[in-house]
Write a protein that binds this ligand. Sequence first.
Ligand code: PLP
Length: 426
Amino acid sequence: MNNIETLKFLEPDEIPHLVEKYGTPLFVYDLPTIKKHYDYFCQIPNPYGLTVRYSVKANPTRAILAQFNKLGASFDVSSVWEARRCINAGIDANKILITAQEISEGWETLCKAGMEFDAGSLQQLKTYGEKFPNTQVSIRINPGFGSGLVKKLTSGGNHSSFGLWFEQFDEAITLAKHYSLTIKRVHLHIGSGHDSAVLEKTVNRALELCAKVPSVTHLNLGGGYKITALNSDPHYDHHAMGSRVSASLEQFQRETGRKLHLEVEPGTFSMALSGSLITRVIDVVNTGDNGYRFIKIDGGLTEIMRPSYYGALHPLVVVKHDGTLETNDIDEQMVCGHCCIAGDSLTPVAGNTEDFTPVLLARAEINDYLVVERTGGYAASMSVKNFNSYPEAAEVCRVSKGAYHIIRERQTLEQMTQNERDLPLI
Ligand SMILES: Cc1ncc(COP(=O)(O)O)c(C=O)c1O
């Protein structure tokens, strides 16, 4: 019995059909899976109300945003640009909370329209207070410690610039008073792929800060909830986490008489397993008796940089050219992308951005397909766009087997170069 990965929602015989119709590389997002994951988060135990904000950075394509809007989600954005994409998707500004490293030009217009502002530093609080005195504001804190899949994804702790350092909270209270701001929400996001025990510890620290400010009505825990992507990944029970956080909120209520509304911002959990990247095997090479067998695919860093950037492992599934799965002819193989850079590998050593290692896969031949799973979030939105001038891949939504809608066309060369201007040759 081998332990090779399997397809998440696609059926193997859909793949040749999808490729024929839309080409490769191709992102396919599954609407029933999106809905299932969103519903799971809506059922997180909470004693005094819950808001689920879809974290737009995971996947900001308009049709995806509109889908979350239809499901009833609120939104977490990381820039005014993400906020504008929400507005363009028909989302009301008052469903958006901005938590950004950069407060770019035009942010005031969005706040006037109803977007809520989450200050991540004393300077951001000052900027907001000067423009919008006598209004409500949120404060993102860095609780002093965090947790994430890798350090690059850990946004709590003294190595991270995200959020107001918790020891500066009193200064923030003074600054808020200066501008007659009401602090409505305390927000934290300790990292993506965090350990929930660490999150629960930070909740206690956040509640100590909430206790100091009677106007706080909302506690936002950010995102970062782990998912079961690989066969070797454990199952994570986020409802159990919700129950434990609820107990802390109830304790807080007994001590202060205040009922805090809970907010969560799942990005990965909402989208990662709702998307698959279909690629075509374009070459198979080997590096001799002491080397490896390499499968080269027509996608890579240009669609998914997580393996190279974090050493993140994605489930990889070979589908034969005729749309069947091979379960007997299994081999250890490396998978590399189409970019002309040695680091374009999809088989890193876990958590290591320098080394590669083969994985067990059905033996692939040229013109077979390789499906990269866990690519609904932080893939299309975070790839090395247009490196080697490969066009951005197309994106398709799957309603059910056989029912697909294109939601982003494959980029053309004209679109890739449309902002370039000639230089008079001297
Ligand atoms: C403030 C905030 N909220 C939510 C998220 C979403 O995290 P994840 O996609 O890991 O759930 C992030 C990710 O960086 C974030 O910075």
